[in-house]
Design a protein around this ligand. Structure first.
Ligand code: FMN
Length: 187
C-alpha cells in the first residue's frame, strides 16, 4: 500500500460473476456501502476475450483498459462465486490477462498485479465460497499480489436466497464483512 495519506483510497471491485442478479454483486454492493471513506469502482471485463497468446501484442483496447484500471487502484477487492470448489473461469481468464507483463515488448516488465494489495469475499452454498477463496488466495499469491485479510469473508446462500434471489447475510456474516471493510479503511 502507498504511505497512509489523507487522499481517498481508490478501491477496485472485481465480481467473478457476469450474472445480472449475482449474489456476489449484491455482496459487493454491501461492501461498497461500508466504504464511505474510499472511492469504489467496479471493473467491467465482459469485453476481455479468452486468453490467446496470438492476441497479446499489440495490446487489445479491452485488455489495456482493464490493466489501466487495476494499475490506478490502490487496492483490489474480489468477490467470487464458487464453481465446482473453485473460482469461475471468467475470473481466472481475467486474472491471466492481468498477470502478463504490462509491456508485451518487454518480457521482464512487471504485471499490474505484482505487489497490488487484494482482499477477497464470496457468496456460495454451504462452504460460503471457502474452497474458491482458498484457491483464489493461492493464485493471487502466485501472481505476486499482496494478500490482506487471508481468505476474507463469506456468505452462505441458503434455500431462501435461491428462492428470492436476494442475498440475506446473517448478523455474523454482516459483522465479518464490516470488520473487513473497516480494516481496509484503516490501511
Ligand atoms: C458450474 C457451477 C458450479 C457450482 N459449484 C458450486 C460449488 O462447488 N459450491 C457451491 O457452494 N456452489 C456452487 N455453485 C453454486 C454457485 O455458488 C451459486 O450459483 C452462486 O449463486 C453463484 O454466484 P452468483 O450469484 O454471484 O452468480 C455452482 C454453480 C455453477 C454455475
Amino acid at each position: 500500500m502507498p504511505e497512509k495519506s489523507n487522499a481517498r483510497k481508490k478501491v477496485l471491485f472485481i465480481v467473478g460473476s457476469l450474472r445480472k442478479g449475482s449474489f456476489n454483486r449484491q455482496l459487493a454492493d454491501k461492501a461498497a456501502a461500508l466504504l464511505s471513506d474510499c472511492d469504489v469502482s467496479f471493473l467491467d471485463y465482459r469485453d476481455v476475450p479468452f486468453m490467446d497468446q496470438d492476441l497479446e501484442d499489440p495490446v487489445l483496447p479491452a485488455v489495456a483498459r482493464v490493466r489501466g484500471e487495476v494499475a490506478a487502484a490502490d487496492l483490489v477487492w474480489i468477490f467470487t462465486p464458487e464453481y465446482n470448489h473453485s473460482y469461475p473461469g471468467v475470473l481466472k481468464n481475467l486474472l491471466d490477462w492481468l498477470s502478463r507483463p504490462a509491456d508485451p515488448a518487454d518480457r521482464k516488465s512487471p504485471s499490474v498485479l505484482r505487489g497490488k494489495p487484494v482482499m477477497m469475499s464470496g457468496a456460495a452454498g454451504q462452504s460460503a465460497a471457502l474452497h474458491s477463496r482458498t484457491k483464489l488466495m493461492e493464485l493471487a499469491s502466485l501472481m505476486g499480489m499482496e494478500l490482506l485479510h487471508g481468505t476474507g469473508t463469506g456468505v452462505v446462500l441458503g434455500r431462501e436466497a435461491f428462492m428470492s434471489g436476494l442475498l440475506t447475510p446473517t448478523p455474523e456474516e454482516e459483522q465479518e464483512l464490516s470488520a473487513q471493510a473497516a480494516e481496509l479503511e484503516r490501511l
